[in-house]
Design a protein around this ligand. Structure first.
Ligand code: ATP
Length: 202
């Protein structure tokens, strides 16, 4: 079982964040705009200086070069990055026939230009790209922020199936109470400078 363990993590104004995310489970993070949710994810991904320790399956972040850490701990930021002109350039050939139907694209999406993608289309493709990296930990920063209700629920169902099947430990930033109820095994909220366990899952 791959657990993500944060001990006394300090980043920005947040201090002494300690929590464990077991493999196959989703911990939702919420809090006001600017409270530090994205910075917390960035610290876990070793993209931002921080205090405290982060470990995955007994490997400490500080014991691995950042690129190796980020091959195991994959972050999907709110604004995903794309390097090639065509969508298909970002996906290995052997997976191209396996476009998940939950993403809601026709097969030709792989020939589309990245520049024509809407923000919701980018988000959905970024999630698939992240899963194909076979991460032990996924850090999702408002992964359905640009999607309508039907697409949101289809993506949630697909993600949860993949998370359970692959036993990925997931930190998922969410604002929507309904989404937190649907996907969270545990819910923490940023209150001032600390992260507090939210009662129930709202
Ligand atoms: N590298 C940095 N150095 C200093 N301050 C930063 C840095 N990055 C972000 N901040 C500030 O830290 C605070 C938290 O930013 P963060 O992006 O984590 O917020 P958030 O909770 O994700 O907000 P939102 O819900 O609006 O996305 C903000 O006030 C932001 O301006």
């Amino acid at each position: 079982m791959t657990d993500l363990v944060l001990k006394n993590l300090c980043v920005g104004t947040l201090s002494n964040v300690s929590l464990t995310v077991p493999g196959g489970q989703v911990v939702c993070l919420s809090g006001p705009s600017g409270s530090g949710k994205s910075r917390l994810l960035r610290a876990v991904a070793d993209l931002e200086p921080h205090g405290g320790t982060v470990s995955v399956a007994d490997t400490c972040q500080e014991d691995l070069p950042a690129h190796q850490w980020r091959s195991r701990v994959v972050m999907v930021p709110a604004d995903s990055q794309w390097w090639f002109d065509e969508v298909g350039g970002h996906f290995p050939d052997h997976v191209k026939a396996d476009l998940p139907s939950a993403l809601g694209f026709p097969p030709e999406v792989l020939e589309w230009s990245v520049s024509r993608l809407s923000s919701g289309e980018r988000q959905r493709l970024a999630l698939w790209r992240a899963l194909l990296l076979e991460p032990e930990v996924l850090l999702l920063d408002e992964p359905t922020a640009n999607l309508d209700n039907d697409s949101t629920e289809a993506i949630e169902t697909w993600l949860l199936e993949e998370i359970r099947r692959r036993q990925i430990a997931v930190l998922w930033v969410a604002h929507d109470v309904g989404q937190i109820h649907r996907v969270a095994d545990a819910h923490y909220r940023i209150l001032g400078t600390s992260l507090e366990r939210a009662d129930g899952s709202d």
